[in-house]
Write a protein of this length. Structure first.
Lengths: 212, 615
């Protein structure tokens, strides 16, 4: 998945001399928390809801005292940006490293889109396949070549279609955790076959303790 | 014929058969119906005639190109080149095409339609469609053995023809996702699904916070329960949620999906239920239909795949309950002998599972943890979907450690001028007084009888921190009230010291627009002790009586906000999920003048939680 596939293209923007009140109104209307600030299509900054409402515990009305000032005074002037042809995981790392909520997507200084936390959530949903009816099967495999392939062969031989397979570092050193979503209501035989073949598997029929 | 019952099934339904080795095969129909006949609770006169569903009915729920694909793949053999298209419509694996599947699916839908039509027309009181309840099917996709969503189709037909509310209760071990999706924004249909959590189990959805979309917000209810929940835990969850939802929703018709695949001997889930649970559920649904739906009840068979130990007995127990016909003492020996097959588990001789400990499904380590999880789930659902008066009217039968009532102020009485005669305002009403007062019939009537409404108020007054302030007429008729409570345990503001919640403000229909609500609120917060307290109130749009008031949600919100502001409340932003769920929802707080800075800060720091450092 590339940034271009996950981002929102042609986002709503504000000009640097627009008022804070206007920016706030645009955010409320669109129900988003970040606005790129552009001049002539070129990115000059980003303004976040947090910049406009410094203490969000206060009544909404108090924040409106800021309303008359121009956006340029409160925006972040040199935001971290990303290019649309980067892989989405690179963008995720930028968001995490800089502890920020959005990345303007820029080609040659021109703003082409915006990638926010919410966009990444949607990528996550797709990667895990949770928006399709399916059964969840988890595995803990030895972290050696071929282990994942052998497990998948067991599943494939039962004629079951796997919608997604995600792997992550396992609970113990030298292991890998695997989360799959199988496109079947009858997943207990799959789990049973994996266990019979010597794998550590949880899923329907073998749900494991409540905490895992 | 009213008062009669029928079964919408015959041998034609055996055509719904995915073939040998598949859990959903024609043997289900024969295995089930043969036991009903052998037990002499079903005769030929009990069968309701039905026809295959018409295309127009199927298209209430499904897209035409999907239905055409189902018809196309019903031929004797399909080309390998069609594989990709078949997969795109879900016609693969679990739902592999079989010859004649189009006609079979139309028959299933036809049976459910006939059952719902007959009950809606009051030709029958109850109807049972055993081979039905294909609750997973989506608008353009076959899912989980379900080619067409017969229940959704039949319900949609009913609500198009009548301005009715339909309560759909789904007891299958799997989430009733297809039916929920069909009515996710429909205020006429309330879907309630009890199922094993989607953490592992198919289809993976059915979380507590799937609540529906406006204008049907709050009318999708989900109770995801832990694996190994067992009979007792399942029934506790059912009791705590299903009837109160019915009381709040006021349905005209009950449609249920009585899937029995949660049984401990059934291969497809881990809920560990027994036939004892199924019998109890049948009794409760029967009572609910007569209490809340004028007796109108359509049950569908749903899932269940063990044809010796589970499905036949589950159907027999349900139909015996619906028809009022008694089962023989034992499962007929002749039927068991006829079913016996080598290498298959033997059909049990008793209708009910041998008696087991209270937590039948949850022995060993982890039992307490899963019980606690289920209780948290139940509490969250009740809080999200049930207005306070309904929660109080249908309490969870379980004691809660009391904290002692607040000793800070004495009861008072005041006056509010109202058209006709002045109203008496009274705070700290004890339960004994509330039980002596009458109640105006013009309350929203979550609970229909005034008697019940009065009992609701008395129960709130008996809560440890419960405080009821009423406005009543000179004759002692309650026309409005404010209830102040401790925030429910486990909720965001629950553990803060010196914080109480306005649980409900309600004025009877004939007494609105006279300033009663705002007078009551001002009177409530008048005692000096409130200057040491934080009082919160959340207005959840789907609890509002928009019907009677004739206001839009946003207009209602403005009125409500004004009423609270007059009593010193201010609107605050919060991402507390119940409030953030809908734009019309409202969160107000009144922070007393002597509340310490530390307490105020502890409170405001909880308002917004989800917001991460933003750029």
């Amino acid at each position: 998945v590339l940034v271009a596939d996950a981002m929102t293209s042609g986002p709503v923007t504000v000009a640097p001399d627009a008022s804070v009140a206007a920016a706030l109104a645009a955010m409320r209307r669109g129900r988003f928390r970040h606005l790129p600030v552009t001049a002539g299509g070129e990115l000059v900054g980003v303004v976040a809801l947090g910049d406009l409402e410094p203490s969000s515990g206060l009544p909404v009305e108090t924040a409106e005292a800021l309303g008359g000032r121009p956006v340029a005074e409160v925006m972040s002037g040199s935001p971290v940006t990303v290019s649309p042809d980067e892989p989405v995981e690179v963008a995720a790392r930028l968001l995490a490293e800089h502890a920020i909520g959005c990345l303007p997507v820029v080609t040659d200084d021109l703003l082409v889109g915006i990638l926010t936390e919410s966009d990444l959530f949607h990528v996550l949903l797709r990667l895990f396949g949770v928006d399709e009816p399916s059964s969840r099967i988890t595995l803990v495999l030895p972290d050696v070549p071929g282990a994942l392939g052998r497990a998948m062969t067991v599943v494939g031989e039962l004629g079951v279609n796997l919608l997604t397979v995600v792997t992550e570092p396992g609970p113990a050193p030298g292991t890998r955790g695997v989360v799959c979503r199988a496109g079947t209501i009858n997943a207990a035989p799959v789990v049973a076959a994996l266990i019979a073949a010597g794998f550590t598997a949880s899923g329907p029929g073998q749900p494991g303790p409540p905490d895992r | 014929l009213s008062g009669a019952c029928a079964v919408a099934a015959d041998e034609r339904l055996a055509a719904y058969d995915f073939g040998p080795g598949h859990p959903f095969q024609s043997g289900r129909l024969e295995a089930g119906l043969s036991l009903l006949r052998a037990a002499r609770i079903l005769g030929d006169d009990d069968l309701l005639p039905f026809r295959p569903a018409a295309a127009a009915d199927l298209e209430l729920i499904h897209d035409r190109d999907y239905l055409e694909a189902v018809a196309r793949f019903s031929g004797p053999a399909t080309q390998a080149a069609d594989q990709v298209e078949a997969v795109s419509f879900g016609l693969v694996g679990d739902n592999r095409p079989f010859p004649g599947m189009d006609a079979a699916a139309r028959l299933v839908a036809g049976a459910t339609i006939a059952a719902v039509d007959a009950v809606a027309a009051d030709d029958l009181a109850h109807a049972f469609a055993p081979v039905a309840g294909l609750h997973h099917a989506q608008r353009r996709r076959a899912v989980g053995f379900c080619l067409v969503n017969d229940v959704a189709i039949a319900i949609a037909r009913c609500t198009r023809a009548r301005p009715w509310r339909v309560l759909y209760v789904d007891l299958d071990a799997h989430h009733g996702d297809g039916v929920q999706a069909a009515f996710y924004d429909d205020p006429q249909v309330c879907t309630v699904s009890l199922h094993e959590t989607g953490r592992y189990l198919f289809p993976g959805s059915g979380e507590v916070h799937e609540l529906g979309r406006p204008p049907g917000a709050g009318r999708s209810v989900n109770l995801p329960l832990e694996p190994r929940t067992g009979d007792a835990g399942f029934l506790e969850a059912f009791d705590a949620v299903v009837e109160p939802v019915a009381a709040a929703f006021r349905p005209d018709l009950l449609v249920t999906q009585n899937g029995c695949d949660g049984h401990v001997d059934d291969p497809l889930s881990d809920l560990a239920l027994t036939t004892r649970c199924f019998r109890e559920l049948g009794r409760r649904l029967h009572r609910l239909a007569h209490r809340h739906c004028q007796g109108r009840w359509v049950a569908t068979g749903g899932g269940g795949y063990d044809l010796d130990r589970v499905v036949p007995r589950a159907w027999a127990l349900l139909w015996s309950e619906m028809s009022g016909r008694r089962l023989p003492a034992r499962v007929p020996a002749a039927w068991r002998a006829a079913r016996a097959r080598p290498a298959e588990p033997e059909a049990p001789a008793s209708w009910l599972h041998p008696r087991t400990p209270r937590r039948s499904g949850a022995p060993g380590p982890g039992a307490h943890e899963l019980e606690a999880r289920n209780q948290r789930t139940v509490r969250a659902v009740r809080r999200l979907v049930l207005p306070l008066p309904v929660r109080a009217a249908y309490p969870i039968p379980r004691g809660r450690a009391g904290a002692g009532r607040l000793p800070w102020w004495e009861p008072r009485a005041g006056e509010h001028p109202a058209p006709g005669e002045p109203l008496v305002l009274r705070d700290r009403c004890p339960a004994s007084l509330l039980r002596r007062l009458g109640v105006d019939p013009g309350f929203h009537a979550f609970v229909r009888e005034p008697e019940r409404e009065r009992e609701v108020l008395a129960r709130i007054a008996e809560e440890p921190a419960g405080e009821v302030v009423v406005a009543h007429t000179g004759e002692g008729l309650v026309v409005g009230y404010v209830a102040v409570i401790d925030p429910e345990p486990g909720t965001r503001f629950a553990s803060l010291p010196g914080l109480l919640e306005v649980g409900a403000v309600e004025v009877a229909a004939g007494w609105r627009r006279g300033g009663v609500a705002s007078a009551l609120l001002r009177f409530t917060v008048e005692p000096d002790a409130f200057e040491d307290l934080i009082l919160i109130a959340s207005g959840l749009a789907w609890h509002w009586d928009l019907e009677q008031s004739g206001l839009s949600a946003m207009a209602y919100r403005r009125v409500l906000r004004r009423v609270f502001e007059v009593a010193g409340f201010e609107q605050l932003r919060t991402d507390e999920p119940e409030v953030a769920y809908h734009a019309a929802n409202l969160f107000m707080a009144r922070i007393g003048t002597r509340v310490t800075a530390a307490r105020r800060a502890a409170f405001t720091s909880r308002l917004i939680r989800g917001q991460r450092a933003a750029q």
